[in-house]
Design a protein around this ligand. Structure first.
Ligand SMILES: [Zn+2]
Length: 579
């Protein structure tokens, strides 16, 4: 990480990654980014929702500017955060699902500010933003990135997959206390409103019939704690502070319980509040439509860095002094691809939403803000104009690489949208799969099994349900059931190395050694670098009395991990038998 920073500093004069624009040297303001996960704009008090108290966001909006129509291009966490931190659309930065590394060619917010002499740190509330596992590359440019422990000691979700907002805020406060020298760029991620909805007391009782709102109110209290800390240290007044939601929540609208699959306003309309350093603005609310790709260009504009980098957004500075024009905003989700369904793209111009899908959609948002009455017909001028905007965007993407793994938005429109099922027809399946995933996270195996079995009743060939159920039975020690589901999953997705590995494990446990050998060989052929399947394959060969093959596997494992104790023990066993 340090090396990247140094490299950037060296590169600055040569490439002009960031250039100082003005001769005057006002002290650089501290920059604080607070992202609140899964936060619908219409569930925040100052956005007109009377059923909740969000005093911290409301007070910040009073001190700053509130954008009433801000949209995220992506409805999933990693993708939308990467957009905020790079100023790029998902199809441009390429992080279109969990665990996809952010390419080094895209500089991040932290790298830009690091190059300006900022001290940078990130505090995350969920393991899905952990840079060591599910969000590789997102830590670039941060002096400190508060990842989760690699070997968590606990089985409960707290501390293992999620941190409460108050804990995240306290980590940030402790770091700031230990590193008082500015300027600072600190990113605080409050995950609480993400499901499952389990706010702590007193929010669990105050909001007992609306636990999602309870989580929001609690996250707001953590924000309030952090802002009070800044004020107490005299770090508030001159700071640039941005609070933004990463995406919203379906809450059953369009039959979507959570988020990720659709591009309706329920999951793309987010709150955005910007408090500027010291000087107050006369503009308090901006109703123009803007997008979260605009945030990073705004920050660089305010701190006086002019990047050569091209963003998919523009500075919002003009709105602070009265600009009112709405911007065209885009929506992109590749999350449905994970389940074998078509990806979606959308264009939201003022008053109109077009969604490209196997069954396309067009909504007149003024008459139909709930996006319930699809008025799509291919000859409509609005449809053609929206399609032209999407085609323009696609044309700007880099060409696919030689491996065929192009960026997410590449490929023809036809292959993007018509070959696969429309997610609208699959949303009930997805709701169940999501419930199963959350239940598994919490070790609620019976609930997870019930949801997955229901998916298989609806669609016996759901590869995701077969895989998850197979993994669940493997974990539960039901090896022959596990093998059955994983065999079916493997027939549908023969290129999935993890399915093959898990099948190998299940078969080895049932005593089907030949079957286990074949599955493990297949897994390693797909992904040769894996250690665990290789060691298991060595053990299977040992049991099959094929000593040379066993020796080969253990030696291969030791080549990539010379100190692996299991491989060493396996090799010793082979040698003992050979004697
Ligand atoms: Zn999220």
């Amino acid at each position: 990480m340090k090396r990247t920073v140094i490299l950037l500093l060296i590169l600055v004069p040569a490439t002009g990654l960031v250039a100082q624009t003005s001769a005057r040297k006002a002290p650089a303001p501290d920059v604080y980014l607070i992202t609140i996960d899964t936060l619908r704009a219409d569930h925040v008090h100052c956005y007109g929702y009377a059923n909740i108290e969000t005093p911290a966001i409301d007070a910040l909006a009073k001190d700053g500017v509130r954008f009433s129509h801000a949209f995220t291009p992506s409805p999933i966490t990693n993708t939308s955060h990467t957009t905020i931190l790079t100023g790029l659309l998902p199809s441009k930065h390429g992080v279109t699902d969990f665990a996809i590394p952010l390419p080094a060619t895209h500089p991040t917010w932290a790298e830009f500010l690091s190059a300006q002499g900022y001290h940078t740190a990130a505090f995350i509330g969920a393991v899905i933003l952990d840079s060591k596992s599910l969000a590789p590359g997102l830590d670039r440019g941060f002096d400190f990135y508060d990842n989760f422990p690699e070997h968590p000691q606990t089985k409960v979700r707290w501390g293992r997959v999620e941190r409460r907002g108050m804990e995240v805020a306290q980590h940030a406060e402790a770091w700031l206390t230990a590193h008082p020298r500015g300027p600072h760029f600190v990113w605080v991620h409050l995950y609480d409103p993400h499901d499952p909805y389990e706010p702590p007391a007193p929010y669990s009782t105050t909001y007992k019939d609306r636990l999602y709102d309870g989580e929001i109110a609690y996250a707001d209290s953590a924000l309030g704690n952090f802002l009070a800390f800044l004020k107490a240290h005299n770090w508030y007044q001159n700071a640039l502070i941005i609070v933004v939601g990463d995406h919203g929540e379906g809450l059953g609208e369009h039959h979507e319980e959570t988020h990720g699959i659709f591009l309706y306003d329920s999951t793309t309309h987010v709150p955005l509040v910007v408090k500027l350093p010291s000087r107050a603005t006369t503009v308090k609310v901006v109703d123009a439509q803007v997008q979260t790709t605009d945030i990073l260009p705004t920050v660089l504009d305010i701190v006086g860095a002019s990047p050569v980098q091209q963003f998919d957004g523009e500075s919002l500075k003009g709105y602070f002094t009265g600009e009112t024009a709405s911007r065209t905003v885009f929506g992109e989700t590749d999350y449905p691809l994970r389940f074998g369904w078509a990806r979606l793209r959308s264009v939201r111009t003022e008053g109109l939403k077009f969604i490209e899908a196997p069954r396309p959609e067009l909504y007149d948002l003024r008459a139909d803000p709930g996006e319930l009455n699809n008025t799509y017909s291919p000859e409509k001028a609005e449809v053609q104009k929206s399609r032209a905007l999407l085609a323009d965007l696609r044309a700007k993407l880099p060409p696919p690489t030689s491996s065929g793994q192009g960026p997410a938005g590449s490929g023809s429109a036809a292959s993007d949208f018509s070959d696969l099922p429309d997610p609208k027809d699959k949303i009930e399946e997805q709701n169940l799969l999501h419930r199963a995933m959350i239940a598994s996270d919490d070790n609620q195996l019976a609930d997870a099994r019930k949801a997955l079995e229901k998916v298989l009743e609806m669609n016996p060939k759901s590869p995701v349900a077969l895989r998850q159920l197979g993994e669940l039975e493997l974990q539960a020690g039901n090896y022959s059931q596990a093998a059955g589901h994983l065999k079916s999953a493997r027939q549908i997705r023969p290129d999935d190395a993890t399915v093959a590995y898990n099948l190998g494990q299940a078969l080895a446990k049932t005593g089907d050694l030949q079957g286990a050998r074949d599955a493990l060989e297949a897994s390693l052929k797909l992904t040769p670098g894996q250690i665990a399947p290789r060691i298991l394959l060595g053990k299977v060969y040992l049991e099959l009395k094929d000593l040379n093959a066993a020796e080969d596997q253990f030696e291969a494992a030791l080549l990539s991990e010379p100190n692996n104790a299991e491989a060493k023990a396996g090799l010793a066993k082979v040698k003992a038998v050979k004697k």
